[in-house]
Design a protein around this ligand. Sequence first.
Ligand code: F0G
Length: 491
Amino acid sequence: MHHAYLEKYNFPPFVTAHIIEQFFYIFSIFQTNFMRTIIEPFRIKSVEPIYFNTPIERKSILEKAFYNPFLIHSEDVLIDLLTDSGTSAMSSNQWAGIMKGDESYAGSPSFFHFKDVVQEITGMPYIIPTHQGRAAERILFELVGGKGKYFISNTLFDTTRANIEFSGAEGIDLICEEGKHPSTPAPFKGNMDVAALEKTIIEKGAENIPLVILTVTNNSGGGQPVSMQNIKEVRKICTQYKIPLFIDACRFAENAWFIKIREEGYADKTIPEIVQELFSYADGCTMSAKKDAFANIGGFLAMHSEALALQCRNLLIITEGFPTYGGLAGRDLEAIAIGLKEVMEENYLQYRIRSIEYITEKLVAAGVPVMRPGGGHAVYLDAKEFLPHIPVDQYPGQALACAIYEEGGIRSVEIGSLMFGKYDVDGKLIPATLELVRLAIPRRVYTQSHIDYVAEVLIEVFQKRASIKGLTITEEAPALRHFTVKLKPAD
Ligand code: F0G
């Protein structure tokens, strides 16, 4: 990048790439320390109350919820960081779109608005609306999955993995080495291990791998981005072995922002340009519009293959609805179409990523073990480091999520052995690679003082960490057990 500046501008000969690099370094320090605060790029027209309660009340709420934050009533939560999914504040433009939404069963103009925007962003001709991301996944994997098949990913999200396994197929995560070390910063920790990809394809046989899937950003791996370079390398291998590449695109705009600010050659590109390039390497994508579309519900499938799209639509009609609404109301399609454009605004993305970075910096300064750098949509605590006295079969992540709720009324989610753990033939836990607690930040919902409060509570919990106890399971479901699991304090 620094050489590019030399070529672009006519500097005197003593200005070398090294001098330009130093200038940018000093400028970045100046920016961090002396520039004005990056403000929320919106003002608030309508507000919702927060209900306050005390740590003593929360202790008994936790007990009644079987130490599972999913079972707590949201009115008992002060700051809800359970998920960034469907929890966005919609803009006045989106609400206007809600009123404009046309509810015709077939051929609604709201569908064509939605379809045009998705086509423009993805460059893919076949667009299929669904009621949320996992509905798109279910249709796709029912068609291309099945026993004996393997799906390779950087990291599959839990619903994606569940839909793959439900079809009888197997999911394989091949995260890059940097992605396995939560506290070591690296720019693109969401990348796929490309060498391992090729090795796995040879091992399992290309004919048994219906798709390779890149999750951008990599939610289960800490909301970390995937670089354009990595996407290109994965594409190359997919082309070589004739395997289609799909993108799990839930947080495509956040990933594009990271490419813009961290990857050489992208600083001068606009977000829509980066997004279009990102999708240009893919054969298709699944999307949950509950994330980077600021919608409260919705999703879609997009693809280049006409034959696969036809099969998808046939399934869609059975369970989701007619292809011009796919399980959504016309008003939802309008909200998604408008949100998809808003999410690519640079002021928004700068504020969004900065707010996660801001809380991460505060935690690092206080010695709290947190994934570094901050993710695109969430802060991830390293529960193994946070609570080294709790063994993995007593779910340190879940114990930490409960302690954070009790201390400050903040709801978070365990992403570790409770979510991803399996049992061996003797019923012994096979733990997940990482024991994380995710605090996902809903889009455009909380202000900086909410974020300051969250950091204060987390630091207080860290100071009291020695008194936190592990948990054991009393009841669980066979799949996606974390949603409904019941636990009790370990003896
Ligand atoms: N893929 C990724 C990467 C996701 O993060 C999610 C949802 C989905 C697919 C499924 O989409 O919820 O619309 O069916 N993630 C939410 C979360 C639930 O909290 O991270 P959905």
